[in-house]
Design a protein around this ligand. Structure first.
Ligand code: GDP
Ligand code: IMO
Ligand code: MG
Length: 423
């Protein structure tokens, strides 16, 4: 049985959590394969709203096993807070939440290094979520990191101390920042004791055995493809591979096990943090997208930058990911507009192209738009893709034709059932 993948095609926050929660009913396993608590995946079920950072979004389906894969970086404190929220809501997870031994740990000092590095960059800062993601992946690739499997060993405390002391030396290279390591450390070790009570697994064996046994597996991406460490808008990216190939490294599975790749895109575009965003709107329209889309970061609460949907950008991420179907989210946010736009091409030095340039910050990019008349009313009563108002249907089929991938799902609100499926 293949592993299906859900991932973001833009700069994150495309609505992955909602779609994973919806689809996970059809799966046996849901696995996060990269990122960490920089992610904020929102799930609305009836009158309750949950935001998951580390826990996979299949947790609300009682028969689904949820795996935090080896490619994820874990902050024990954040994980514990998420689990407390699940406890409060009486969502059982103890037997259904498994952590890969090879997942790396975020130390308190990783967060301080993140903060110090960002502060030292001034205006050039990435706009990191300050969760310690970059420094933790740096220690992973630098072969200094601590992993979940290490917490059971007798020399864990000394390994921790050695890494912490190295970080303290590194912090001296930056302008000073405030921190209270003693308190943070106590909390971190207390949280680790709780993490020890969860089931840890050799993720690669567990998942490959599940594949052999014919289990249905869904891999849940975090961030978005334009934040990928290799293919995103570097250096304004995160520190992991957010694209389909990240599933193989982040779970320990072979490329030929990948099945459907479901790419999620909003009907417009957002970005939170710094970095290029060619279709960004700095005007009233951008502000209205933010207002109607309630575009505030699920992890940091920061306002998200908003703009029109960008075809060259999406074609690029569809290519990198091998997307086999698209889920278009937040179409309902466009209900409020008299006209809606699609950016169809970039014009650079007078030449039109549907490819994005190496340097998306470069001067002189102009954009070619296609304008659509709005549909001017709510989509609340629409139960079927085929009964979308004509102008909305035209907008969706225009995107589908240009992107050359089937739009198999259209989301028209944050609730579980506000999703239109195409046969
Ligand atoms: P993720 O990080 O990709 O899981 O997305 P976030 O949870 O950070 O942000 C998506 C936001 O949009 C959340 O507040 C969702 O509840 C909300 N949302 C998801 N799908 C829709 C939709 O189709 N329409 C509207 N209006 N909101 C949606
Ligand atoms: P989900 O999974 C949107 C952005 C940050 C910053 C850059 C680097 O909810 O879609 P980092 O903390 O990783 O060092 O930040 O990446 N970023 C996200 N933006 N959604 C996310 O996750 C993000 N995770 C990180 O804002 O610009
Ligand atoms: Mg999010």
């Amino acid at each position: 049985m293949a592993i299906d993948v859900i991932l973001g095609l833009q700069w994150g926050d495309e609505g992955k959590g909602k779609i994973v929660d919806y689809l996970s009913e059809q799966y046996d396993l849901v696995c996060r394969f990269q990122g960490g608590p920089n992610a904020g995946h929102t799930i609305k079920i009836a009158d309750k709203k949950y935001v998951l950072h580390t826990v996979p979004s299949g947790i609300f389906r009682p028969n689904v096993i949820n795996i935090i894969g080896n490619g994820v970086v874990i902050d024990p404190g954040t994980l514990l807070k998420e689990l407390a929220k699940l406890d409060e809501a009486n969502i059982p997870y103890r037997d259904r939440l498994l952590i890969a031994n090879k997942a790396h740990l975020i130390l308190p000092t990783h967060r301080y290094l993140d903060a110090a590095s960002e502060a030292s960059k001034g205006k050039e800062k990435i706009g990191s979520t300050l969760k310690g993601i970059g420094p933790t992946y740096m220690d992973k690739t630098g072969r200094n990191g601590l992993r979940i499997g290490d917490i059971y060993s007798s020399d864990f405390a000394s390994k921790y101390k050695a890494l912490k002391e190295k970080h303290i030396q590194m912090l001296k290279l930056y302008p000073p920042i405030d921190f209270d390591l003693e308190t943070a450390e106590k909390e971190w070790f207390a949280a680790l004791e709780e993490v020890k009570k969860l089931k840890n697994i050799d993720g690669e064996y567990y998942i490959n055995k599940a594949i052999k046994a014919g289990k249905k597996i869904l891999a849940e991406g975090a961030q978005g493809s334009m934040l990928d460490i290799d293919f995103g808008t570097y250096p304004f990216v995160t520190s992991s591979n957010t694209v389909t190939s990240g599933v193989c490294n982040g779970l320990g599975v072979a490329p030929q096990t990948i099945g459907e790749v479901i790419g999620i895109t909003k009907a417009y575009c957002t970005r939170v943090g710094g970095g290029p965003f060619p279709t960004e709107l700095h005007d009233e329209t951008g502000a209205l997208l933010g207002k109607h889309g309630m575009e505030f970061g699920a992890t940091t609460g920061r306002p998200r930058r908003c703009g029109w949907i960008d075809i060259p950008q999406l074609k690029y991420t569809i290519m990198i990911n091998g997307v086999t179907q698209i889920c278009l989210t937040k179409l309902d946010v466009l209900n409020f507009f008299d006209t809606v736009n699609v950016v169809t091409e970039y014009i650079i030095d007078g030449v039109s192209s549907d490819e994005i340039p190496y340097d998306m910050c470069m001067d002189g990019i102009t954009l070619k738009h296609k304008e659509f008349a709005g549909w001017g009313h709510t989509l609340d009563t629409v139960k079927d893709i085929d009964t979308l108002p004509k102008n909305a249907a035209d907008f969706v089929s225009f995107l589908e034709n240009l992107l050359e991938v089937k739009i198999s799902m259209v989301s028209i609100g944050p609730e579980r059932d506000q999703l239109l499926l195409k046969d």
